[in-house]
Design a protein around this ligand. Sequence first.
Ligand code: TRP
Ligand code: ZN
Length: 888
Amino acid sequence: MDHGSPRAILLKDYTPPAYRIDTVDLRFDLRDDAAEVRAVLVMHRNPDHPGGPQPLVLDGQRMELVSVALDGTPLGPDAYVLTANDLTIAQVPDRFTLETVVRIKPQENTALEGLYMSSGTYCTQCEAEGFRRITYFIDRPDVMARYTTTIEADAQRFPVLLSNGNLVDRGTADSGRHWARWEDPFPKPCYLFALVAGALVCVEDSFRTASGRDVALKIYVEPGNEDKVGHAMTSLKKSMAWDEAVFGLEYDLDIFNIVAVGDFNMGAMENKSLNVFNTKYVLAKPETATDGDFLGIESVVAHEYFHNWTGNRVTCRDWFQLSLKEGLTVFRDQEFSADMNSRGVKRIGDVQGLRTVQFTEDAGAMAHPVRPDSYVEINNFYTPTVYSKGAEVIRMMHTLLGKEGFRRGMDLYFQRHDGQAVTCDDFAAAMADAGGIDLTRFKLWYSQAGTPVVDATGSYDAAAGTYRLTLRQTVPPTPRQPTKEPMVIPVVTALLGPDGAALPLRLEGEAEAAGTERVLVLDRAEQVFTFTGITARPVPSLLRGFSAPVTLRTDLTSADLTFLMAHDSDPFNRWEAGQTLATQLLLRLVEDVQAGRPLSLPQSFIDAVAAVLADAPSDPAFGAQALVLPSESYLGTRMAVIDPDAIHTAREFARRTLARALKNRWLATYRAHSVDDGAFSVDAAAIGRRALKNICLAYLMADPDDGEALGLCLGQFHGARAMTDVIAALQFLAASPAPERADAIAAFYERWKDEPLVVDKWFMVQATAPRGDALAVVRGLLDHPAFSIRNPNKVYALIGAFPGGNPVAFHDRGGAGYAFLADQILRIDPMNPQVAARLMGPFSRLKRYDAERQAQMIAQLERIIATPGLSPDVFEVASKSLEAAQKG
Ligand code: TRP
Ligand code: ZN
């Protein structure tokens, strides 16, 4: 099918639905050749719809229509109009019952949207618009209905039959078949519908809610994986307790199911009472999963659980409001993880992700506001901007209202909107009303794209005892948004005195000092804040906790930054001071590389790293983060034109120099933290120790001539039991020129070839190993028996990880990396457009590179866009990338 140029959907065109659906009765007959879906919809004309009587238009794609009946009367083909995308009935009564029967082919569904099969299990993915591939329906989130679902299938091969809500009846049918009926008492949009049928085993537990109701918790996995669900179950129970304690939100049904499937486009899905998860976010034991995996499971289980209130009970009016549920729910899962682990360490990790991924998106062709105002394919807008920047917007409201005010705002939001489909404005209104503040201008965060730049300069007047802080902001132009207004930016600030203690703060005009930390609200292009009663030159600690998603530039000296590294009581800013110092230094080294000058590291920097290392054992997780140099991708975001080769050379030089200069200290810290803690627990302390140990090993291995380091690394690779340690060692070996590397890679596969999630790590380690032959290796692995182009996890691990994890090889001057990526996108697109479009990211950022690389990427985009039958998903990214490339 050729789409030509698919049309954009606009926020300003929103109108309420012409019809509403009260109840849905679905019957699924699952057969080997096809599935038959019978749907009975009880509907009525929507009195809120502007204008006169409208035809009934039902969305439906990729289905064979078997029959339609209106109020029991079968309709002939001339009573309706059928297209590839919808079914239209010109005239219907004010209230009526519509019955349709369709046939669909889950066995052939490679897009993993709608009803599909994942290794023999039937499952569904309906968000955002997958339900229209299951039955004819008004597929939009502001149409909420009550569902009854009956599933019939072969009893032997599909013993487990699940849908949303409560199991109300079950029985047997002819020829070895059985059925189950589920009823969901809560009205919901169709994107929250789910069905699962398979031969799964279930691990069961229970949770008693604050009001004393017992909820059955069931996690369904393929047989053989029962020993890997403990952490997901614990995480679920912690999430349920946390949401009660922090937000007063209780679970609302007697059963909560999670099903893990190996083929899934994203992380997980919050379907009402039947969450469907990518196995990656359920299955873990220390032998097979890293500490990062354990933390990821904790946060994704929490995220999906939290959606029950922020997403399901209160849902989105339309898909432009996606951040209403996603930004808020990410904020909630971040806070949960911060409470379960180390708050500072969690914040640093989240900001690193935001700055490398979201800031990059915001500076590229796909830049869009947290609430987009136009899209071609909604699946392209499940983005770091909607999720992570959206969470930052909620976090800023939390900062402006304070903890109690924010809680009052949440209470008011649920009081007003429980059971409704609403907008980001409704959320902001609840917050503004509860907090007694005006958020009108603050809401620019929802409509203006681009990362604001804040410049801060300070001047101390000893005679007057004042410190003047000047803050200026600019918001860069983004596609279709050439000019911007100043944003409302909360800049959490402290001033540190000469002894490192935070000073009492009194702004000019205030009667007395209040507190040692203030939320300065920058809401104009430039503002001056004057602090009085300051008796010695202070060092400012600005944007504490990363209080706004902006790029902060300051006039702090190296001495100031070193002072903050030692004294700032805000862990984020203590870390940030070191990163700023390292970033400045590395960017200078990059210039030296580009100019062909000799490279050297100042002794003061080596001393600063030594000091951080000496301190690290007091808080290993924080120390480990503080010891990692800014990533190659982060350094790229700070350059006018990204030079991947020079960045890599400069950063590797710094790592190697630090490895040699501090060798004995890396060794000592490695040894002190490498005692295997028998139970290999995944508590925050043990995770921190492993992180610190592995960063020490990373530095030691950065010196390719260090035989002792190689020995330690091989020892860890062969001897460690926790996957965190094994994979870290393998990663360092894979990046090294050591002759042992090939054997290690082979041995790892032999050991883990029966664990798909571990094999994904094996692919990723090879795709991201910075070596001259990386592209050839990745190409070769496409033919490996364990690789599957149809499995999203495999595609992301091998193809998706390559550009960002191996920038030097991907941006190779010959353009081979670009051609490779385009080849794979074109190969995947006909099977799975969502996955294909997700691989387009690097091309949407081509303007950040030099002219030669730009031209090569443009050539690939032109090849892609000229391909007949391209999906709207890939078309949208390709056309926007080309459009941005041609401008300016
Ligand atoms: N709502 C899901 C979440 O945030 C996201 C999601 C899961 C999704 N699967 C998807 C979005 C498929 C689009 C398509 O947890
Ligand atoms: Zn979500």
